[in-house]
Design a protein around this ligand. Structure first.
Ligand code: 5GP
Ligand code: MN
Length: 362
């Protein structure tokens, strides 16, 4: 609240803060380079259900470091990121654990991008912690867990890709290293984590970075097209079904809820990423400022309960991360958070119904 009031009185504060951050990042970029030079087997991790920022920040680092780095993600990324340079070399832990485990055990440096808690990389979290080699964290979520030796945590910036850009272009790392491939990866994360520059994107520096990326060869319209205009017919129809049949509006609370069960998802041949962005859509309704989306994943063989993934979005000074954290074991940014629980979809809806009045500002 004090921070918010301060920004209202002194709107240049964020810009000043960003400039300070550049200096701060400068001081640490050289350390990161030293760690990387000393290492021979580097594993780059990013979070479960990888999004554009997770993909972009990890792949940009991979392109910069080269052969001695391997990107491992906990589970499959959406097919609309298949085109990203280096995506075909990413290892997916859920599918290739036997190949990943020795790499994790024998790594001599870990770089973690776009997550703040080892739990966000699933079972690999414990395995990473069991290896005592140095760990570098590059992230923009609040309150990182204390597990890394070098931490570049900047919740004020748009994306982890922005931090990677700043680290890579820092004076300590000259000559400039932004290749076409790196620029493409970084632009993708900047674009997706800001909803194509519709939120978290008011700092003028972001557009200076974009100008640099375009000079490095980025085709921004092609990237937009590759990520946002690649729906399958099933995905489009699933979106229609969700909005038409499954959206509940709570007008007094400016709130929308969409739920999709595993059976419903099956009907539309659900693929990872098919619900990406769905949670944002109700915010297009005038007077809806909060949106929640719940998706059921069927129980894995040998486990009794299905998993419910919950996404929260809001506009303006209406944080949802405390709600996500206290009721759904999650967290995230003030306007974009997530959580999960193991149980039925009905149970998740019950928790939602019991809690929304407490966490929503009318
Ligand atoms: P999404 O709704 O896209 O899955 O997640 C939005 C944001 O919420 C993510 O960028 C991440 O910051 C946060 N988030 C999502 N799921 C979780 C979770 O299970 N735990 C925590 N701590 N944060 C999450
Ligand atoms: Mn991010």
């Amino acid at each position: 609240m004090i921070f918010y009031a301060f920004i209202c009185i002194y709107p240049d504060f964020l810009v000043t803060l960003q400039r300070f951050l550049c200096v701060h990042i400068h001081a640490y970029a050289t350390h990161m380079k030293n760690y990387i030079e000393k290492a021979n087997h580097i594993v780059i991790f990013t979070h479960v259900a990888p999004d554009g920022d997770a993909m972009g920040s990890s792949l940009a680092l991979k392109h910069w470091i080269g052969k001695k780095a391997t990107v491992i993600v906990p589970n499959a990324f959406p097919a609309f990121f298949n085109w990203m340079p280096g995506a075909d070399q990413i290892l997916i832990y859920e599918k290739e654990a036997a190949k990943c485990d020795p790499l994790i055990a024998e790594a001599d440096l870990f770089i973690c991008t776009d997550f703040n808690d080892p739990k966000r990389i699933g079972p690999m979290g414990e395995k990473m912690l069991a290896n005592s080699c140095p760990k570098i964290l590059i992230d923009h979520h609040l309150n990182p867990m204390d597990f890394a030796d070098e931490v570049h945590s900047h919740p004020e910036v748009s994306s982890s890709c922005e931090i990677v850009y700043r680290l890579l272009t820092d004076e300590g790392l000259q000559p400039s290293v932004i290749s076409h491939q790196i620029a493409t990866c970084i632009y993708t994360g900047l674009m997706t984590d800001t909803g194509n520059f519709s939120y978290n994107s008011s700092a003028p520096e972001i557009y200076e970075i974009i100008a640099d990326l375009i000079r490095a060869g980025v085709h921004k319209d092609e990237i937009y097209n590759a990520v946002f205009n690649q729906y399958s017919t099933d995905r489009m129809r699933l979106t229609g079904y969700a909005l038409y049949r499954k959206m509940r509006i709570f007008p007094e609370y400016h709130l929308a809820l969409i739920t999709l069960s595993a059976d419903e998802l099956d009907q539309y041949h659900y693929q990872p990423g098919d619900c990406e962005g769905l949670v944002n859509m109700p915010l297009q309704i005038a007077d809806v400022h909060y949106s929640v989306f719940m998706r059921e994943e069927r129980a894995k063989p040998g486990t009794p309960k299905s998993r419910i993934r919950i996404s929260f979005r809001s506009q303006g000074d209406r944080p949802v991360n405390i709600w996500a954290n206290e009721v759904f074991h999650g967290g995230g940014h003030a306007n974009a958070s997530g959580g999960e629980l193991f149980g039925s979809l009905n149970y998740a809806v019950k928790l939602f119904e019991e809690s929304y009045k407490k966490y929503i500002k009318k």
